[in-house]
Write a protein that binds this ligand. Structure first.
Ligand code: NAD
Length: 429
């Protein structure tokens, strides 16, 4: 417990989890009174897996009619969303739908979330940026993630690419949290190693970043009585800690295990880790890793998991003066057992950078293809994501962002050369 805690915790209305749990969905849809639904997925799932057909057939037997839209794509754009809205609203079989079901990674879930808003209104998705009017109708969402990473099945946001300026826009409202989050880890067994690694790093980043973020009592809620994100609390930190422990155990084998039983266990472990991370960051929110990663993605178009991964060690290294206890806890969860707490904390970013490198992800901004001449622009773009910059729990955000970006470009960590340097002297940055 934290004495000053202010808990505003939001989660999906129903959380169902277990291997094979997907078989439970048709009867649940019937029980909740749903009659006509739209399944939002992509062609991998309709052509290479039996999951969509099985769901449609089993639901039909119980009187629930499902129509399938398999036009989902990685990092969906606002253009894709608006085109899907027009096509689906013109199709007679989607008239009167009373729920949307997402099957896929974060990309398909976010597209489905956006369609929950645009299908009833017929308005472009960009018109929902900012606060969404309370009278706006929102279709209920069932989210079934097939990657263990984004946690979108538990968050209030949909992230879409705006092709006009190559940035990502967020549409956010607590009513976009799913009515049902159904996590069947078997869905993740078909993930190629690269997808599993990228998603897994995303989950680890969510857990760590929300564990060290601004306290709820100090979080700027503006005038919003129902904020999607509201800072860390003792409750979110419980989920974050367990997620970090699970990632430390299962992330590497979920990418590289060769024994099928070990791979199965690791994928199940990462499904839990991803969900618990989302139960933390889905209320606590995120800060500098994601803030800088968005700017890196704008320059490089590398994947969400990769851009987060490259920044994570350097951001943690810059928090050693303000998040000592938390960094020591994370270090211990990663098996770093140096008796000297300062050494253990300083070693943590190095251990994480080694893990990230072992997962095949570049570990410096230079290796991501960023030029030294781009660093000032990159820092400015990252600071422009103010909702994330504001939540970075340091007194001198702009200076630290600049220093972090430079360290991440050159690959400089305090513990390099085998010794723990003092925390960053940001005044000298
Ligand atoms: N809304 C949120 O809260 C939130 C949070 C984090 C990230 N995101 C968004 O999520 C997206 C990334 O999602 P992601 O990492 O899950 O990847 P993804 O959904 O983009 O999927 C990547 C690729 O993997 C394939 N794939 C997914 N599951 C598979 C499976 N089980 N077997 C085989 N192939 C599979 C997909 O078809 C796709 O081609 C980004 O657009 C990011 O912005 C959203």
């Amino acid at each position: 417990m934290l004495v000053e805690d202010l808990v505003h915790f939001c989660a999906p209305a129903r959380l169902i989890m277990g291997t094979g749990a997907r078989a439970r969905l048709p009867a649940l849809l019937q029980r909740l009174g749903y009659r006509r639904g739209l399944v939002v997925t992509d062609k991998f799932f309709t052509s290479a897996t039996p999951w969509v057909d099985e769901l449609v057939t089993a639901a039909r037997a119980l009187g629930v009619t499902l129509t399938v839209y398999d036009g989902g794509a990685p990092d969906p754009t606002t253009t894709l969303c608006d085109a899907a809205t027009a096509t689906l609203r013109a199709a007679p079989e989607t008239a009167g739908i009373d729920h949307v079901i997402a099957l896929g990674g974060g990309s398909n879930i976010d597209l489905a979330k956006a369609l929950c808003l645009t299908l009833p209104a017929g308005a472009p998705i960009r018109s929902f940026i900012g606060r969404i009017d309370s009278a706006t109708p929102v279709l209920p969402l069932v989210a079934m993630p097939t990657t263990a990473g984004t946690g979108s099945e538990a968050t209030p946001g949909a992230i879409l690419v705006d092709p006009d300026n190559a940035t990502k826009i967020a549409v956010m409202d607590n009513r976009l949290r799913p009515a049902i989050a159904l996590i069947d880890p078997e869905f993740t067994f078909t993930c190629p190693p690269r997808v599993a690694a990228d998603a897994g790093i995303d989950a680890l980043t969510h857990a760590i970043e929300s564990y060290v973020t601004t306290d709820a009592a100090a979080f700027d809620l503006g005038d919003d009585p129902d904020p999607g994100y509201s800072g860390r609390t003792a409750l979110t930190m419980l989920f974050a800690r367990e997620s970090i422990r699970l990632c430390a155990e299962h992330l590497r084998p979920s990418h590289a295990a060769t024994d099928p039983a070990a791979m199965r266990e690791a994928r199940i472990g990462m499904s839990h880790a991803s969900l618990y991370a989302a139960m933390s960051y889905g209320s606590a929110g995120l800060n500098a890793v994601h803030g800088i990663a968005y700017a890196v993605a704008g320059l490089t178009h590398l994947s969400h998991g990769t851009t987060n991964a490259v920044m994570l060690p350097y951001v943690l290294d810059a928090l050693r003066d303000v998040r000592r206890d938390e960094l020591l806890t994370i270090a211990r969860l990663f098996g770093i057992d140096d008796a000297d707490a300062d050494v253990a904390m300083a070693r943590l970013p190095v251990v994480l950078r080694d893990l990230i490198g072992a997962l095949g992800v570049p570990v410096t901004l230079e290796a991501c293809g960023i030029r030294e001449a781009d660093l000032d622009t990159l820092t400015r773009d990252a600071l422009a994501v103010t909702r994330l910059a504001k939540a970075f729990p340091v007194p001198d955000v702009a200076q630290r962002y600049a220093r972090i970006v430079r360290s991440a470009w050159s690959g400089e960590l305090s513990f390099d050369e085998g010794r723990a340097h003092p925390p960053l002297d940001v005044q000298a940055a």
